[in-house]
Ligand binder design. Structure first.
Ligand code: GLU
Length: 328
């Protein structure tokens, strides 16, 4: 019998333990996927939940468990992906662009070259919600008012700051600039603690619906020269409307500008995991679209390109080629 010496046995056991732990590590990466979303009353949170629901229905095929978490929003999600704390995130197209290129608020961190896009989702019009007694009719009327500019880490906060730069405004131009997270801002508006909510979000969303139903809050339009310039100069902002009839008392379309919600990950996510996630959404497309009214406008063809600044993940590319959505 070919028996091992005690020393050989120790080495053998150590090597086995090392191999097992490495296998366990690789499998752990393959087994769980976490999607960073936003506040629970927004659209990101149900979006992440619905994607995971479709993915988990096919867990027997791919062995991966998907989980969506409520977070502070786009910028938080992009940082969490970069630091390896989350695998995927729903993020605004403007912040996807800046994270990949290392510009704007990602200038210090530098380009995130391993950031990868999976697909784009619903449009997110920049939404200005005001108290009915605030006297605010035009966007410029928010100067001197109590305004919720959003929590640091939210995409909304970043977009507000960018917009303020364009208008040449500072935070001190508001009588109060509060940093409430999206789930708290509607209540604060109805409690008369703030006059204005600025939120970049898909429609309809509970975050907007609740203050409209509870205290008659109104959405106002955002238009003019500054917005026209912003839209014409950047690839990630576009002209947008909040369709008529989305909310009680809002019977005409409201003109504003917007971004697109997108789903991103990094090259740390395996090709198989990305492939199965994208496949779960695209192969069950009618079910997916029926999961949230903000998804009604989604079309497969534009989801594989529109608003995506980072390159497509290899796993996503593999599925899109197979499905005939990508040629090369
Ligand atoms: N666009 C928002 C953000 O990035 C989140 C919107 C939502 O929660 O649906 O912070």
């Amino acid at each position: 019998m070919n028996s091992l010496s005690p020393k050989g046995l120790v080495v053998h056991l150590l090597v086995t333990a090392l191999l097992l732990s490495m296998t366990g590590f690789v499998m752990a990466q393959e087994r769980f996927l976490t999607i960073g979303t936003g506040g629970v009353t927004g659209v990101y949170y149900p979006t992440g939940q619905n994607i995971c629901r479709l993915m988990n229905r096919e867990q027997d095929t791919h062995g991966i468990r998907c989980n969506a978490e409520s977070t502070g929003g786009s910028v938080f999600n992009l940082n969490a992906i970069r630091q390896g704390e989350m695998n995927l995130g729903v993020v605004q197209s403007d912040w996807q662009h800046h994270a990949y290129h290392g510009s704007d608020r990602f200038a210090d961190a530098g380009p995130h070259e391993s950031l990868r896009a999976l697909f784009s989702l619903h449009p997110e019009p920049f939404t200005v919600l005001v108290r009915p007694d605030s006297g605010i009719e035009r966007f410029e009327d928010i100067l001197g008012k109590r305004v919720n500019v959003g929590n640091p880490g939210s995409g909304q906060r970043g977009t507000v700051e960018r917009l303020m730069e364009e208008y040449g405004w500072g935070m001190s131009d508001f009588s109060l600039a509060s940093e409430l997270p999206s789930r708290e801002q509607g209540q604060a508006l109805c409690d008369n603690r703030i006059d204005v909510v600025l939120f970049t979000v898909g429609h309809p969303s509970a975050a907007i619906q609740e203050p409209i139903a509870t205290c008659g809050a109104r959405i106002i339009s955002v238009e003019g020269e500054v917005i026209d310039r912003l839209v014409s100069e950047t690839p990630y902002y576009f002209s947008a409307t909040i369709p008529a009839g989305m909310y009680p008392g809002h019977d005409s379309p409201i003109q504003t500008f917007g971004v697109g919600a997108t789903l991103v990950t990094s090259t740390d996510t395996s090709e198989d995991a990305a492939y199965h996630l994208v496949r779960a959404v695209f192969e069950n497309f009618p079910t997916f679209k029926g999961m949230h009214p903000a998804f009604e406008v989604l079309e497969k063809e534009s989801m594989v390109g529109q608003g995506l600044s980072a390159p497509l993940h290899d796993g996503a590319r593999r599925y899109y080629r197979e499905a005939g959505l990508l040629k090369d």
